[in-house]
Ligand binder design. Structure first.
Ligand SMILES: [Zn+2]
Length: 83
């Protein structure tokens, strides 16, 4: 068991990822979370899946007024379109 210094806790990181995508984190915290994502395939997978879902949801609901981001999301989806 490794209890020395920083341990990577996927559950904890993934909670931070949710906050990251809600823009609830400071710049410092964001850097930390992104560094952890980089180290761990599971967290990376979670991050990209959640990001994709959030983009789709915000497109459909237009709940949050994210200004420019809405156009960015639509553009990103058009670009990704696999045909
Ligand atoms: Zn992880």
């Amino acid at each position: 068991m490794n209890t020395a210094g920083q341990t990577h806790n996927c559950k904890e990181i993934q909670e931070q990822i949710i906050e990251l995508l809600d823009n609830e984190l400071s710049l410092e915290e964001r850097h930390w979370v992104l560094a952890e994502i980089d180290k761990c395939d599971e967290c990376e997978d979670f991050y990209f899946k959640l990001k994709k879902i959030k983009n789709l949801v915000s497109d459909k609901l237009g709940k949050k007024s994210c200004g420019d981001n809405i156009m960015g999301n639509i553009r990103a989806q058009i670009n990704i379109n696999p045909s």
